[in-house]
Design a binder for this molecule. Sequence first.
Ligand code: MN
Length: 206
Amino acid sequence: MTKPTITLHKGDLPAGLELGASVAVDTETLGLNPHRDRLCLVQLSSGNGTAHLVQLDRNGYEAPRLKALFADPGVLKIFHFARFDVAVIEKYLGVSLAPLYCTKIASKLARTYTDRHGLKDLVGELLGIELSKQQQSSDWGAETLSQQQLAYAASDVLHLHALKTKLDAMLAREGRTAFAEAAFAFLPTRAKLDLAGFGEDDIFAH
Ligand code: MN
């Protein structure tokens, strides 16, 4: 793979940036509790080897162009473990995301021969690319992010389109496309349930 292009934006996406009909999205936060740990960075890619990183302003989270993209019904938002990112984005940017695709859910429905559904596992097995997770737990609240942090953050969105292509074929092969689509459609509600305190409760359980 050629070296990716990474562009860092402060506060919001620049005007006039066209990312197409499907955009890979990831976020970096200060931790794993959306009620405690603020949203710091949003990463986007249209799947062409370029990543756009938006470092958000913690005072207000005004990012009208980013919010418009997330709310656009004509743009598919592709995540890995969308449940977390969608809840964080909803909490801090106040926008409900749709339509959605989650490579982790697709993997769980299609790759029943394994219990390894991490992004690193998927990218390694399906794309033959070695992904480093070294910067995962670094300080994303820092004013100035390091080159290593930016490269890591970008790597989380650069491969999601290629993964989706592989996973869609596997889902179709196993006759599970409809399950995946129904699960993706439920994701905004799943994220809202998490924020409302139903994180651990399985509401489908007896
Ligand atoms: Mn990430």
